[in-house]
Structures are given as C-alpha cells and as structure tokens.
Write a protein that binds this ligand. Structure first.
Ligand code: ZN
Length: 284
C-alpha cells in the first residue's frame, strides 16, 4: 500500500492486517490520539475499503481512490452529531441502520464513517449494534472514538481496533496498579469478602477511583479480546486478563465491562464515592 506519512509503521501494519489476503473488515474502531489523527486514519481506512484494487489497497490510482481523496465518494458516508446537540440524534442512527441495506453506487462496498462516538449515547449504540451484528456483505463501518471506554462492550466485541498512541498517557500510580491486580483476582474469588477488601481503598478517593476503573476496563477489554482471538493491549496485566478470559464466559465479561464503563462515565457527575465502591463491588 501507499505509505501515509502521518502514521507510524506500527499503526499501518495493524490497518493492513485487516486487509490481508483480499479480506476487508466489516467494522473498524479507531480510538486514542487526537481528533485530527482519528479523522485522517478513518479517511484512509474508508478509502482502503472502497478501492477497486483490493490486493494493493489503497492503490491511489483508481476512480474510487480519487473520489475518496476529494471527499466526493458516494459510497463513503460520514455521520456525526449535529453541532447544536450533545449527542448523535437517534433518527440519524436509525437512518444509517436502514440505509445500510441499500447497495453501493460506485464501489463494491460502501462505508459509514461514524465520527467521535463518545458522543453517541448507549441507546443509539444499541441501535447501531443491530446492524453491526449482521451487516450486509457490501456495507462496512468505521467508528472513531476519543477513547474505547465510551463504546459499549457489545459494540466493541464486533469491531477490529486500531489504537492510536496516546500522547497524554497517564502515569498510573503503583497503588492503582496493585488494586487492579487485587480486583482482578477478587473477581474470580468465591468469597464476597475479597471483593470488599479489594475495593475498600477506593472509598472517597476520586483520583484513585478514576485510575483504577480505567485500568480495570483495559484488563476486561483484553480478556474479551482474548476470547475472540484478539491481542492484548495492556501488557502489564497480561496474566490477569488471560486468567479472566479463561475462567469467565464472554457474557459475564461483557456485562462486567459495561457495568464498569458505566461507573467510569458516572465519575463526570460527581458521584458519591463511598457508594461507588459498593456498587463496583456488587457488579464484579
Ligand atoms: Zn484504488
């Protein structure tokens, strides 16, 4: 493929792997990085999907590539939230789901680029899930999100992922790392007391709670990825995510993932932190 100067070889290798042996992905999630990087990578991915030369996509020479470069390809449809709204509008998402069944115009495939879906609420993500579960062979989706924690687990389990480097990566405290290790072990313990003990240090501590939830979400996400033959992104907790994926069902992992993500999102609304650790305890 053409070398895009903006992205590292590592990112491009991940992307290319989705197109290996003439395959083409049904749904790609691009998360992390800056919004510009996400947009630009989403554009490249969409171009690769519509390109007429699938064995060397994007060829950069065909009519599809040309139109994609000029942002005038009729089979690349970008959907965002309206400027005056906080979230994607439900009727827009419904329209995507309905239109997904219409065949493409110019290319063999058409692509919906759904940008910044941290701005899509859970109800709309569930609507989208319907089409992600069984998309027509000629329809693909490229989703971008500031961070994968805003994507519900069931949607996440339907996409292949490209994670852009996070330039503002948080340094996690050793304390948070230790708690996540304990928490991961407590999930598998038959004793309620282990869960209470693991979550107790979070009581009332806002910063620590945010760190722990963020890390724990990564562990659960990796456990889910392992179940579907995917790769681990968070090496530090490899042993824990592996054990969770071996001992828990996909459903249990997805339920837990969604519950913990919900708690994480609730941090924006200044929750009662003492109650929060009790809720966490009940959900794992
Ligand atoms: Zn092409």
């Amino acid at each position: 493929m053409m070398k895009e100067k903006h992205f590292s070889d590592e990112i491009l290798n991940v992307l290319n792997s989705f197109f290996a042996d003439g395959r083409s992905p049904h749904a790609v999630l691009i998360d992390g990085g800056s919004q510009d990087e996400r947009q630009s990578l989403a554009k490249l991915t969409a171009k690769m999907i519509v390109c007429a030369n699938q064995d060397m996509t994007p060829c950069g020479m065909c009519e599809n590539c040309r139109k994609a470069d000029e942002d005038i390809h009729p089979d690349i449809i970008t959907v965002t939230k309206p400027d005056d709204k906080k979230f994607f509008v439900k009727s827009d998402v419904k329209k995507v789901v309905a239109d997904a069944y219409l065949t493409p115009n110019d290319s063999l495939k058409k692509v919906y680029v759904l940008s910044e879906i941290q701005q899509m609420n859970e109800e709309s993500q569930n609507l989208l899930l319907k089409i992600l579960e069984e998309p027509p062979v000629y329809t693909a989706f490229v989703l971008t999100s500031q961070n994968a924690n805003s994507v519900i687990g069931t949607v996440l389990s339907r996409v292949v992922r490209v994670r852009l480097g996070n330039s503002s990566a948080i340094e996690y405290s050793q304390k948070a790392i230790n708690i996540v290790a304990e928490l991961s072990a407590a999930v598998l313990s038959p004793y309620e007391f282990d869960k209470i003990q693991a979550t107790a240090p979070l009581d009332g501590n806002k910063k620590l709670t945010a760190e722990v939830l963020e890390l724990f979400i990564s562990v659960l996400r990796d456990a889910i990825a392992l179940k579907s033959g995917g790769k681990i992104l968070c090496d530090d907790f490899k042993a824990h995510s592996t054990e969770l994926s071996e001992k828990l069902t996909v459903k249990k992992l997805l339920d837990m993932y969604d519950a913990v993500c919900l708690l994480y999102r609730s941090l924006d609304n200044n929750p009662n932190y003492t109650l929060l650790s009790a809720v966490l305890c009940a959900r794992i």
